[in-house]
Design a protein around this ligand. Structure first.
Ligand SMILES: Cc1cc2nc3c(=O)[nH]c(=O)nc-3n(C[C@H](O)[C@H](O)[C@H](O)COP(=O)(O)O)c2cc1C
Length: 353
């Protein structure tokens, strides 16, 4: 099927049409009143660019090194769970499609595909693994060793979901727990219930604190990234504990509603961390101009969560590839129109704050 990426709005509508209603709601929803989910998008759009003119912009270099891995684009696929809700091939299709676009893929803990099988789809493209810290440290350590052996290059610890948020919309149109979404890499391989399942209400699923982070940094042979940070002081503390990178994220507004948007805090976190760690950002990035703004304000790379899932549901691996390529092409055009020929030229003065 042809993937319409003229803008991502058309693709989103097509994805909504082809998905089962409960899959669509799981993908689209935010927590509570869904305020943050919408504001993330609006916040990038509200920032104004201050383009430079009369610069050499014929040859554009979008290459970047992410924790030592060279990639051709600073746009990564964010960790999202349960890809079998969106396509029969699940995470394998996402892994293959994003590799074809040259994009780094962060695989989620919550999926029905083995880490080894995802790795096989990646060829030479790098992949990272996202972890929800499980209380059983021995089993967590064994999973990390499997990731290293399979060729994963970094570990992303998600810190912003110790308890699940609540989505009235997902409660009304629930995903029913089933084999096809079993979290096969998790300890005990529980049959998947999404975070919004009423059975999970009030349960501290992933209690994680700074000592756990220190343990993880020591135990893990891969560099550790902390995802879900929204404050400069927290970012600094994570780096003091040994984190090599920070992902500024509010989880796409899916757990705590009415947080600050990521566009509002990327500069604060980048300033706090300075040169001591890399900083990335996600949440509401839908346009090349959003990416240019994020990089200008201090992010080394960005991640997108929902858009690759729209591509996945409409056209499998080819859909994921089309979405990532589309965003990359838009970013290049925005760079050229801003007078920037490489990522180093994206500096804070390009954005009016
Ligand atoms: C369907 C879905 C599932 C997600 N699952 C995870 C997950 O398993 N682990 C995680 O750290 N973040 C998860 N996220 C959050 C994303 O990694 C990312 O922070 C967010 O989607 C970025 O916002 P965007 O969708 O507006 O691009 C999920 C997001 C969505 C939409």
């Amino acid at each position: 099927m042809l993937v319409d990426c003229i803008d991502l709005d058309a693709l989103e509508q097509e994805a909504r049409r082809v998905m089962r209603p409960e899959s669509w709601v799981f993908c689209d929803t935010g927590a509570d009143d869904e305020i943050t989910a919408g504001e993330n998008i609006a916040a990038w759009r509200a920032l104004k660019l201050r383009p430079r003119v009369l610069r050499d912009i014929v040859d554009i270099d979008t290459g970047v090194t992410l924790l030592g891995e060279k990639v051709g684009t600073p746009i990564m696929v964010a960790p999202t769970g349960r890809h079998h809700l969106f396509h029969a091939e699940g995470e394998r299709a996402t892994a293959r499609g994003s590799a074809a676009a040259g994009a780094l893929y962060v695989m989620s803990t919550s999926g029905a595909t083995l880490v080894e099988d995802v790795a096989k789809e990646r060829g030479r493209a790098p992949q990272w693994f996202q972890l929800y810290m499980q209380p059983d440290r021995e089993a967590t350590g064994a999973l990390l060793d499997r990731c290293v052996k399979a060729g994963f290059k970094a570990l992303v610890l998600t810190a912003d979901q110790p308890v699940p948020g609540w989505s009235p919309r997902a409660y009304r149109t629930p995903v029913i727990a089933s084999e096809k979404i079993r979290s096969v890499n998790m300890v005990g391989q529980p049959v998947a219930r999404t975070a919004y399942d009423p059975d999970r209400k009030g349960i501290v699923m992933f209690p994680t604190n700074f000592s756990d982070l220190e343990w993880l940094v020591k135990r893990c042979a891969m560099p550790v990234v902390v995802k879900g940070v929204l404050r400069g002081d927290d970012a600094k503390r994570c780096v003091d504990c040994g984190a090599k990178a920070i992902m500024v994220s509010n989880h796409g507004g899916r757990h705590l509603d009415t947080t600050v948007t990521t566009a509002e805090v990327i500069a604060e976190v980048a300033d706090a961390v300075g040169r001591n760690a890399e900083v990335y950002v996600d949440g509401g990035i839908r346009r090349g101009t959003d990416i240019v703004k994020a990089l200008a304000l201090g992010a080394r790379a960005v991640l997108v969560g929902r858009p690759p899932l729209w591509g996945l549901s409409v056209s499998g691996a080819a859909g994921v590839q089309a979405v990532m390529q589309h965003l990359h092409d838009e970013m290049i055009r925005a760079m050229q129109l801003c007078g920037a020929s490489n990522l180093a030229a994206l500096t804070p003065d390009l954005v009016k704050v």
